[in-house]
Write a new protein. Sequence first.
Length: 156
Amino acid sequence: MKKRKSWREKLADPKDLPKVVPIPPGMQSRWGTGTMVVPAPIEVDQIMRKVPKGKLITINDIREILARKHRATLGCPITAGIFARIAAGAAEEDEAEGKKRVTPYWRTLKSGGELNIKYPGGIEGQRAKLEAEGHTVFCKGKRFLVQDYERSKVRL
């Protein structure tokens, strides 16, 4: 039976990425035409690592940074989210091994300032880390959001 890869191994696996491709026809009705960068997992992690304490970034911000870097029309909306989850898992593995400097994944939000249930510890884990850094988290329906997250957004 094949051994499951660790989050750290998934993060380090470039998967023949990054690559810039034409925006697929099935995505053009929402995203338009042009090119799309499919980043390497480590590229997403590198951006997430740059977010300082007290600041925040969204997956959409990361996608914009990647698109600019690769001179593409857009950053892939699917892989950016998946790779942010991989970076979060790798950070949790690092923390479990006693490393002090880990990717601060909790500072990366979904669009609209929403917390990511897929991060280690779920909503409560991310909420605790954000509140420890001075952010206010509130519930709106079934969603958890950071209050006034736009004020804390980092410019990278």
